[in-house]
Design a protein around this ligand. Structure first.
Ligand SMILES: Cc1ncc(COP(=O)(O)O)c(C=O)c1O
Length: 455
């Protein structure tokens, strides 16, 4: 039986529950919340009652749903995550790494990878992606640089990378995987933004089909599921033990997983894999491609189209910073983007993005670019970290409990940071606890008065 069917049936069998959650299918829920979410939502919110299985050790309906997903995705095993890709990344790292193991990480990783460093006690080695100043984005993993780094550090156990990048840039996972396998390094791909890829050929190629050992996907980012639904897959040919993933997930996730999310994950996967779901994805691809074609014909406006995921639209307008463009869109057109940088603006689309919504954005962008009289370039906000090699003095795990003090920014140079500093979004670390603070960091943080450093 599916999770959805089990929950639908619950009403029919009229079981009297003396279990958590105490809202009792909504009867005890706060009226204002009930009003907003509806009683139906509450009635799906159950605990591990008889027949509902247990996400921490699935043997019934959850196992069946995960096995079905594994079949659809062509994985060795698939795990449902109700704590987002964040939990999948941490659990994946924890399953492979022990304290003081070396892990290679692309610096444009999400902060979840930092959390994984704290939990595992592993030593990070950073792979710095090339920074594209024209667009204000990090580029794909450079294969020569990867090979060189792995050949110099023979004891690296795991390579953690993000694909596609937050802005949609796609790396050559097959080639990366071959290099990793040559050096006996496991590959974990944070594919949080690639959850539609398994269902349409015009999108990127899923890392799972290119040999990655562990792949983590957020179903809520592009694939239409509720926040924070995600999946962790183990690759078909990987020797990662599914039990080690389960144990790691159990270590860091709640013992009361949300059944609304579990049934949502199950339903979303089946929908994406259905004719209707695939049709909707193909409509999305068609509509975005049409919009991009139209925008490319507009003077003074550029769309990033170099080997990137079509669901992420990166746009810039001549003589206007991304921040300025973002402000105008918000204030004049009531359009909110995902992210702006000094050069460009990122718009995320997904299975719920309609043609009319894209048209509204297209019209606004065309209007702004034709009326563009601004010529202020916000050069000061340039990503000054593009060429700053992180200097790791202590592992994040070691620093976690070390004594620290706050010092004025000007006294912080050469000291060791106790703070995780990042802009969110995209959640890419600028400074990680345990790293040496350099002049570039101080320059960037000039609006702050103090910073926490190790004593
Ligand atoms: C690249 C990347 N990885 C991981 C995550 C974390 O995903 P989740 O929100 O599903 O925990 C994010 C969230 O923004 C992300 O952008």
């Amino acid at each position: 039986m599916s999770i959805i069917k089990f929950i639908k049936n619950l009403k029919k069998i009229n079981r009297t529950l003396f279990t958590t959650p105490s809202h009792n299918q909504g009867r005890g829920g706060a009226p204002c919340v009930l009003n907003l979410l509806g009683k139906k939502f509450f009635s799906c919110d159950i605990s591990e009652i008889e027949g509902a299985d247990n996400l921490a050790n699935p043997i019934g309906i959850i196992k069946q749903a995960q096995d079905n997903a594994s079949h659809i995705y062509n994985s060795k095993s698939t795990f449902f995550l109700t704590n987002g890709s964040t939990s999948g990344i941490i659990a994946g790292m924890n399953a492979v790494l022990s304290r003081n193991d070396k892990v290679l990480i692309t610096r444009n990783c999400h902060k979840a990878v930092y959390n994984g460093l704290v939990i595992t006690g592993a030593i990070p080695i950073w792979l710095m992606p090339h920074y594209n100043r024209d667009w204000g984005v990090y580029e794909q993993v450079n294969l020569d640089y990867l090979e060189e780094t792995l050949s110099k550090n023979k004891d690296i156990k795991l390579f953690v990378m993000t694909n596609p990048s937050y802005e949609g840039l796609m790396s050559d996972i097959q080639a990366i995987n071959e290099i990793c396998k040559k050096y006996k390094v496991k590959l974990l791909v944070d594919e949080a933004h690639g959850a539609l890829w398994n269902f349409h050929k015009a999108l990127g190629t899923p890392a799972l089909l290119q040999g990655a050992d562990i792949v983590v996907q957020s179903l809520h980012k592009t694939a239409g599921a509720l926040n924070p639904s995600a999946l962790l897959h183990i690759g078909q040919d990987s020797d990662i033990d599914p039990n080690s993933i389960q144990q790691s997930l159990n270590l860091i996730t709640t013992t009361s997983p949300s059944y609304p999310l579990l049934l949502n994950i199950e339903g979303t996967i089946n929908y994406l894999n259905s004719d209707k779901g695939k049709f909707e994805i193909s409509q999305l691809v068609k509509n975005v491609n049409r919009m991009i074609r139209n925008l490319r014909a507009v003077p003074n406006l550029e769309v990033f189209t170099y080997n990137n995921d079509v669901t992420k639209i990166l746009v810039k307008i001549t003589n206007m910073s991304g921040f300025e463009l973002s402000d105008i869109l918000f204030e004049k057109y009531n359009i909110e983007d995902e992210l702006a940088n000094e050069k460009s603006v990122l718009f995320l689309t997904g299975i719920g993005t309609t043609k009319s919504k894209l048209k509204k954005l297209e019209k606004a962008l065309i209007e702004i670019s034709s009326n563009n009289i601004k010529i202020t370039q916000d050069e000061e906000n340039y990503n000054i970290f593009s060429n700053v090699e992180p200097r790791v003095k202590y592992t994040p795990a070691l620093v976690w409990k070390m004594p620290y003090k706050e010092v004025e920014l000007k006294y912080a140079i050469s000291r060791v940071s106790m703070e995780l500093i990042l802009d969110y979004p995209p959640g890419i670390p600028i400074l990680i606890p345990g790293e040496v603070i350099k002049k570039e960091h101080i320059d960037y943080l000039k609006n702050r008065k103090k910073i926490k450093v190790l004593i």
